[in-house]
Design a protein around this ligand. Structure first.
Ligand SMILES: [Zn+2]
Length: 130
C-alpha cells in the first residue's frame, strides 16, 4: 500500500462524510449510524478516487514474477485501461481501472481488474471469455 498526500486527504474527507452521515442518522437509529460510518466511504470512495485520478490504495502483483509493483501513475488520457511494465521483470500487465460489469476487451497482455470497492485496490484476473 502506498499512500500519497492526495490519498490521505481523500480518505480523511470520506471518513468525515461517513461521520457526518452517522451523526444525522444517530438521532433515529444507532445501528444505522454505524452502518453509515462504514458504507458512506465504501460507496463514495471509488467515485472520489476517479474524480481525483488517484490510483487504488493496494498496488497490483505482477502475474509473471509475482512481485508487487512499487508504484505507478495512470495519466487521465489512459484511464480506464492502462498497460504497466513491471519494474522487476519488465513484462507488461494491463490494468482495467473500473469496477462495472462491462466486458473487458480481449488482449494478449495479462489483464487484471478491480473488485468493489475499487479504491482499495482488490485486484482479480479479468474474465476475457465474453
Ligand atoms: Zn514482474
Amino acid at each position: 500500500m502506498l499512500i500519497t498526500a492526495k490519498h490521505l486527504l481523500a480518505i480523511i474527507a470520506l471518513v468525515l462524510c461517513g461521520t457526518a452521515a452517522a451523526a444525522l442518522i444517530a438521532e433515529w437509529n444507532d445501528i444505522g449510524a454505524v452502518l453509515a460510518t462504514l458504507l458512506v466511504p465504501a460507496f463514495l470512495g471509488w467515485p472520489v478516487f476517479r474524480l481525483l485520478s488517484l490510483r487504488p490504495l493496494i498496488l497490483p502483483m505482477c502475474p509473471h514474477c509475482e512481485r508487487r509493483h512499487c508504484n505507478y501513475h495512470v495519466p487521465r488520457d489512459a484511464w480506464p485501461v492502462a498497460v504497466l511494465l513491471c519494474a522487476w521483470c519488465g513484462k507488461p500487465l494491463r490494468l482495467v481501472l473500473r469496477t462495472g460489469a462491462d466486458p473487458v476487451p480481449p488482449s494478449e497482455v495479462p489483464t487484471i481488474t478491480l473488485r468493489r470497492p475499487g479504491f482499495l485496490g482488490l485486484w482479480r484476473k479479468a474474465d476475457l471469455t465474453s
